[in-house]
Design a protein around this ligand. Sequence first.
Ligand SMILES: *Cc1c(COP(=O)(O)O)cnc(C)c1O
Length: 223
Amino acid sequence: MSIAENLKNVKQELPENVRLVAISKTKPDEAILEAYEAGQKVFGENRVQELTQKHEELPKDIKWHMVGHLQSNKVKYIAPFVNLIHGIDKAKLIKEINKQAKKHNRVIDVLLQFHIAEEETKFGFNYEEAEEMMKNPKFKEYENVRICGVMGMATFTDDEKQIRKEFKQLAQFFHQLKSNYFKDSESFKEISMGMTNDYKIAIEEGATLVRIGSLIFGKRNNH
Ligand SMILES: *Cc1c(COP(=O)(O)O)cnc(C)c1O
């Protein structure tokens, strides 16, 4: 099936309140353009260099999401244009994003990444760490960063119960943060969870953003 057809099939599965981030990492510009011409405007990448290069080459109304692990020293490359950064896993990173966003006179939207999987290799806060950050008064000074919600990746497994448990956990973190720190923030509304293999479970558990790559663009050879 073509990319346009895959995209259409995926979109038909999504409830109205769930937005699709098409994960285009490792895929060429032509593949992205095919999805773009079929109406998809939100794309996600996990490497800064690839993201900046694609941003330069492709139509300027694409909304680019950074979904991978982000190092502080690379924030400056994406700060001029990035639409949403999913993987905030350190307070230090927010400080740097704030600094770079200010230079470009922007407010950059971000999500707090939580470690919900069993694998230790996946990045993210635990709830106590996130709470500690929120309680720090310094935090309120970061006027050029807007925290819009949470993001997480489930364990890579066929065990649906395990995946569901982890997504439930992430949704619970979202609601706790919302009621404790973001009650009055209309922007704090996103739960980014679910990929090709588990997005249906994620939607059932409250995802508002799903990040889907291979189901749209086909299998990848590496990362
Ligand atoms: C690659 C990637 C995805 C998409 O994975 P698929 O299984 O191809 O849908 C989603 N989120 C993140 C953070 C990724 O790195």
